[in-house]
Design a protein around this ligand. Structure first.
Ligand code: TXA
Ligand code: MG
Length: 367
């Protein structure tokens, strides 16, 4: 049983060596080891944690999130040594990537040992592992040992990038949340499968494919991973067998989201204006989730700015909070657009397209 009201540990203003900070980490770690669920910040999004030693708690994750039992969890550990203990095989590519990008927003899929519960991996022979960089996440797993944690949202909702998002979705079902303010990266980790002959990205995320390729050489992308030209409503199906998480509609606000695709700013702006005007003419109230460049010239009932068009890092950091903000406004539809798909832009576009109900090509006629 979880207590009715979760503990809200506010750590933002505390130094790492502050007794209050240490006490919060130790109390949260103890709660995990007693089989309770604790939400915590990572550099990507907030996670909903359970100790992998507590199968009952891991099962509770699926229950409180409303997550299908066949969608496996990521295990968070403190270092390479802890990661290796979960793997039956540790290939040279894992060692190179871990040294280059851990702690950080990289999750590696590797063959698991018998010690890793099938509940964590949803019965797969592989396990997803990462070492988080955020200080609270890092300190928590250093004390508690391996922690299984999906994003701490209710299934299908935008991922949480602030403690308030976690409390809004899961406040009744967790022992507590460690609050260290907004997440820096804002989109989830890049998931890469290292059990294939050539590494394959199953989910674009906080670590750019380009950076990964500098260390690992050529890296494939799962066909179902989305870019600004693909149709998520058909290609997601192709991804299903490899990355169970891509099978479900994700990250979605309850307000319908329309996404205009393309990379040419002029064409994007033209198509955005056309869509907004058409919707407004039909009596719809429109909320915009757009780059500052466009927010300055478009008129709508609500606006969330995602930063400059050429700064996808800012868009990533604001994306999920922006979707939640617009969801609270009295609007009928959200209109957004893709960014250039280099670097973290690929992850921003993937999340937008997965959350959308409608995709409009803003670059028709372009090659
Ligand atoms: O940044 C992140 O990765 C965040 C923070 C909390 O670390 N976590 C996160 O977890 O996004 P979640 O559960 O929302 O997404 C995990 C993804 C899912 O798409 C899942 O299907 C995939 O990783 N996954 C986990 N284990 C896998 C495995 N053994 N093989 C293939 N995909 C796996
Ligand atoms: Mg998630």
């Amino acid at each position: 049983m979880q207590p009715a009201r979760p503990i809200h540990w506010k750590l933002v203003d505390l130094e790492r060596d502050d007794p209050g900070y240490r006490m919060a980490i130790e109390t949260a770690a103890r709660a995990l080891l007693h089989g309770q669920l604790v939400a915590f910040p990572t550099e990507t999004v907030y996670g909903l944690g359970a100790s992998i030693q507590r199968e009952d708690a891991v099962k509770a994750i699926f229950r409180v999130k409303g997550r299908p039992a066949d969608n496996p969890l990521i295990v968070h550990v403190a270092d390479i040594a802890a990661a290796r203990k979960l793997c039956s095989h540790w290939p040279p590519a894992a060692e190179r990537a871990a040294r280059a990008f851990w702690p950080g927003p990289l999750t590696m899929i590797l063959p698991k040992t018998a010690g890793v519960s099938d509940v964590v991996t949803a019965g797969l022979a592989t396990v997803a592992i990462r070492v988080p960089a955020q200080r609270v996440a890092y300190d928590l797993v250093s004390v508690a040992g391996p922690v299984a944690a999906p994003s701490a949202n209710r299934s299908g909702r935008p991922s949480p990038t602030r403690a308030e998002h976690v409390l809004a979705d899961l406040g009744d079902d967790i022992a507590g949340v460690l609050d260290d303010g907004p997440c820096q990266v804002g989109v989830e980790s890049t998931v890469v499968d290292l059990t294939t002959p050539r590494p394959m990205i199953l989910r674009p995320g906080g670590l750019a494919r380009e950076a990964l390729e500098e260390i690992l050489g050529p890296v494939d992308i799962l066909p179902g991973a989305l870019d600004d030209r693909s149709d998520p409503h058909s290609s997601a199906a192709a991804a299903a067998t490899r990355s169970p998480g891509t099978r479900y509609r994700h990250y979605a606000p309850s307000t319908p989201l329309l996404v205009v695709t393309g990379s040419d700013p002029q064409r994007l702006l033209m198509e955005l204006s056309r869509q907004v005007e058409t919707l407004q003419a039909a009596g719809k109230r429109v909320g915009l989730l757009v780059a500052d460049d466009f927010a300055a010239v478009l008129r709508a009932e609500a606006v969330v700015r995602l930063g400059s068009l050429d700064q996808p890092e800012t868009a990533a950091a604001r994306l999920f909070d922006g979707l939640r903000q617009l969801d609270r406004q009295p609007i009928d539809v959200i209109v957004a657009h893709t960014f250039a798909s280099q670097g973290i832009g690929a992850a921003v576009n993937d999340r937008l397209l997965r959350a959308s109900y409608k995709i409009v090509r803003g670059d028709a006629g372009e090659q």
